[in-house]
Write a protein that binds this ligand. Structure first.
Ligand code: ZN
Length: 177
């Protein structure tokens, strides 16, 4: 495994629609493992292939959802195990009408945060790392991360959707993806 370099704006690949993955070979498995390692090292809660300069419909997500996802900074909540997802050629098949506002940042846009409205829950159809179709139902912050990653695969960045962006204060820490 190896760390890959994360590219930042204005790298044009971040604005391109990524190509679907068609070969589930050894190189793909290496790429997925490298992306997981790169995401953990960053650290981030998600990483899409265009962010490491590869135009493929592939993203990884790793996040521990708290029971009280709605409540901010609930430090009393027991920490849950992190869940790791590999999303290949993902598509949102259903999205809740209800939307929620949250603060996002991006590993490819250092030094900016923004307030972004997202669907509260989404259903996603994707392939796993072995090419097997999977259906995922996500809610809350996990659903937000999935939407952020799928946007990356379509050349869309959180700043396109943000109602407001700002430079974070030193104590303002947000999960990046
Ligand atoms: Zn991002």
């Amino acid at each position: 495994m190896a760390l890959r370099q994360i590219v930042n704006l204005p790298e044009p690949i971040l604005r391109r629609k990524a190509k679907p993955v068609s070969k589930f070979d050894k190189d793909l498995q290496t790429l997925i493992d490298d992306m997981i390692e790169t995401m953990r090292e960053a650290p981030g809660v998600g990483l899409a292939a265009p962010q490491i300069n590869i135009s493929q419909q592939l993203a990884v997500v790793e996040y521990a959802e708290n029971e009280d996802d709605e409540e901010e900074d609930n430090e009393e909540a027991p920490s849950r195990p992190k869940k790791l997802f590999v999303l290949i050629n993902p598509e949102i098949t259903k999205a809740s009408e209800e939307k929620v506002i949250g603060v996002e940042g991006c590993l490819s846009i250092p030094g900016l945060l923004g307030e972004v409205e997202r669907h509260k829950s989404v259903q996603v159809k994707a392939l796993n790392r072995h090419g097997i179709p999977v259906k995922l139902k996500t809610e809350g912050w996990m659903a937000r991360i999935f939407q952020h990653e799928i946007d990356h695969l379509n050349g869309v960045l959180f700043t396109d959707r943000a109602t407001e962006v700002w430079v974070p204060k030193p104590d303002e820490v947000v999960d990046l993806d």
